[in-house]
Design a protein around this ligand. Structure first.
Ligand code: NI
Ligand code: MN
Length: 225
């Protein structure tokens, strides 16, 4: 699988020739101004929760591409009412898609839409494809639930929020990596706003001191697992 960082908590993942966009927040992110929304390929849009900084560009991408929205039941229902296609999931459930097997995991956060309406409970995703597995935590605190994941799935990459204030910070994310039994981490949810600006080198060194690799990708760059 090829993972491209699109800024904030937005990712593009290529798996089995299909393109997944995760939590698109691009058009209002000054740091992601070089990403051309109109040219993004998408067969699916995965949403961890309903906050503005995770769903802002869903409608434009879905309308451009015909992508299917995968999220909790409440978020999928919200977008289906706008005429978009969706596949609802809920916590603990898995489904075999043409890009691989997807599991909706627990997260500790909140999940209202920008207009205040209920966005269901927040979550994360595990994508399993070609004997590789990626965990995308979503916005979350450090939680003991993370220990359940390696009981069933050997992770090759964990995408973790490290920006603090709204989610885990660096110290908690490093403990999360232990809980997940995964030493290969991609950082997200940092630097976009004042509350979540971090020192990159400090973050990388903190993980390195604990024997882990923290990837901080420039926006638009990719890594492959
Ligand atoms: Ni959030
Ligand atoms: Mn967020």
């Amino acid at each position: 699988m090829k993972v491209t960082f699109l800024g904030h908590a937005s990712l593009q993942i290529e798996s089995k020739g299909k393109f997944l966009i995760v939590d698109p927040f691009i058009s209002a992110n000054e740091l992601a101004k070089d990403i051309d929304l109109a040219k993004l390929k998408a067969d699916y849009i995965l949403l961890t929760h309903a906050h503005q900084d995770h769903i802002l560009d869903v409608e434009v991408i879905a309308k451009n591409t015909g992508a299917i929205i995968i999220a909790n039941y409440e978020i999928v229902s919200y977008f289906e009412q706008k005429g978009l296609k969706g596949h609802p999931m809920n916590h603990g459930g898995s489904w075999d898609f043409d890009f691989g097997r997807l599991t909706f995991t627990n997260a500790i956060h909140s999940s209202s839409f920008p207009d205040g309406s209920y966005g269901g409970q927040p979550g994360g995703f595990i994508i399993e494809s070609n004997d590789k597995a990626i965990y995308i935590a979503g916005d979350t605190a450090l939680t003991m639930d993370m220990k359940l994941i390696p009981m069933q799935t050997k992770l090759d990459l964990a995408v973790l929020p490290i920006g603090d204030n709204f989610t885990m910070g660096i110290t908690s994310a490093c403990i999360a990596a232990d809980f997940l039994a995964c030493d290969n981490i991609l950082a997200y949810h940092f630097d976009t706003f004042g509350f979540i600006k971090i020192n990159h080198q400090e973050a990388i060194n903190h993980f390195k001191d604990k024997g882990k690799k923290l990837h901080i990708l420039p926006i638009g760059n990719s890594l492959t697992v």
